[in-house]
Design a protein around this ligand. Sequence first.
Ligand SMILES: C[S@@+](CC[C@H](N)C(=O)[O-])C[C@H]1O[C@@H](n2cnc3c(N)ncnc32)[C@H](O)[C@@H]1O
Length: 331
Amino acid sequence: MFKSRFQLGIRGGNFDFDKSKKFVVLHPELDSDVTELAEFDPVFVHRSFPAVKRFVSMGYEHISQIKGDFDFAVLHIPRSKVLARHLIWLATKLAPRGTILVDGAKTQGIESLSKEIRKLITFEGTISGAHGRLFWFQSSGIFGSLEAAGPACLPDGYWTQAGIFSADGIDPGSALLAQNLPQSLTGRIADLGAGWGYLSQCIITSPKVTHLDCIEADHAALECARLNCLDDRIAFHWSDATTWKSGQKLDAVVMNPPFHAGRSANPEIGNSFILAAARLLKRGGQLWMVANRQLPYEKPLTEHFIDFNEVAGDNRFKVLNAKGPIVSAYH
Ligand SMILES: C[S@@+](CC[C@H](N)C(=O)[O-])C[C@H]1O[C@@H](n2cnc3c(N)ncnc32)[C@H](O)[C@@H]1O
């Protein structure tokens, strides 16, 4: 964990910290990613709405500008290598005369990133341990090539951006769900975890859909969805699908829920999406979802819907249709 590597670094007298120093933390996922630095009153940068909400509620300030003059930029690498490289570039913009600390788990790819960056700049130090690595170097203007490109159009006409879910093209699970959506989708619909908008643009082809809410946590993905789904019936929401509220109950929810929360695989997030769908639907409303075959969503579907069944599937995915939302007074 960052905490133990960071504390090792401090005990080794590696960092010249004092209360006058300004810190920015990029892409914290765990509370300890920020609280370890709490005495320096750090600000943070994140593009995921639930993360922004959580750290703001803990009292930290979120910034979205690209320029700064921080003394230290502490970066927690995400799973996407393109995004990790981009965040290194961003860290050097936010702390152009400061020290950049990059931390991550081996499972996140910190070792290969460390090798790549070491070819570009001399490290001031590196600490390996607790299944990961922390390395640091003096900021420099040489990282321009690591800045991720903005949205780009794929050969099939969809706009995506490196680092977002399924940036290389249509996710096969979502394709299977789209093939099995009823022609009769009608009324008010929500796409929970809409990504770059593949399912949304399938849903909106139905003229009977009167309104579609496209809810996505990743700001960059939502910006791509705006480019892919040009229709006045769609409203885009940078929000947490598990807590998002609709002004009116919905006729259908369509979703390919995430199964990662931050750094780790976690089916619980899918369970929260199922509960959210039940909460959002009208009594006669229906949920259409796709999931990896091994994910155990039958239990939450039984808890939150009167009935559900598998309408299509293969050895990788299952398409599930649930009817009759049950929302307990305790939720
Ligand atoms: C499996 S992907 C599906 C994306 C898109 N629907 C598609 O079919 O390509 C799940 C999406 O949910 C988003 N996501 C994760 N947690 C979320 C949350 N709490 N609220 C809203 N979206 C979330 C992810 O950023 C990702 O884009």
